[in-house]
Design a protein around this ligand. Sequence first.
Ligand code: U87
Length: 273
Amino acid sequence: MEKKGTGNGVAAMAAYYQSFDPVAYLQYNYTPPRADFERHDSIVPWKLGCLHRAFTEGDVNGELLVDIGSGPTLYQVLSGCELFGKVVLTDFLEVNRRELRRWLQDEEGCSLDWTPYLQHVCKLEGRRPSAWTEKAARLRQVVSDILPIDVHCPQPLAPNALPSAGADCLVSSFCLESVSPDLTTFTRALGHIRGLLRPGGHLLLIGALGESYYLGGPGVKIPVVPLNEAQVCTSLKDSGYTLIRLEVYNLPEDMRVGVDDVSGVFFVKARKE
Ligand code: U87
């Protein structure tokens, strides 16, 4: 029987991701109903609200923000980009890094129009929606790198990818549980990314609860380690974080659109002592 969290569980996950399809993935999770800005009970507005509060309540500060496992999405740094002078995006797959690069270099052929997201976060900040062009310019100004990452490595990023002091804040959305074969590996990955964070720095973690799989493209069924709130709290403590706040969103029926079996979403604000 394969010992928990060993190599071939991780290797198997990497194999699943070779057929990840960013275009399909964005359609599944970042269009209505999951991304419906008219509905306060839609998933994406809930996530953006949590991030806005966490970045603007005054205790998160510094120069460098790093997003762990960005995928082909930018929503997770739309609030943080106003606070941090340098933002680093990361992902395991070149297809996702290319999607991010395409938007940041304002090239043709982006797979998703992020305008409604930019407008929504401007509203959360009390700005007029038309200020989205300023936020887009700010984001393109502060994103300094789009780097390869593997959270299963003790050093998830290349040596010297970050200043020796480390990042002032980490944000990570739906990554660790979606790339780990089991809870042990999930907790170990939390420890690996902690090494990228300076003492006193914050971790803003968004993740899925009760999920066992999701579709990374047509017929691309990717396993997920099912988590509950207690396990998330224990894993954070065991990997050396102090929990500040845990918020939970339970999926309304019409957010269950057949692209996964997620039942809830958690938002964690934690600190590295
Ligand atoms: C997002 N952050 O959409 N090391 O928020 C590091 C790796 C590794 C590895 C693979 C999963 C999506 C979850 C982005 C992308 C997150 N990706 C990379 C999905 C599942 C619930 C749900 C989802 C999305 C890989 C939205 C909503 C819900 C992906 C990223 C995981 N179901 N990173 N070893 N292996 N990755 O390339 O980009 O992790 Cl609303 Cl409910």
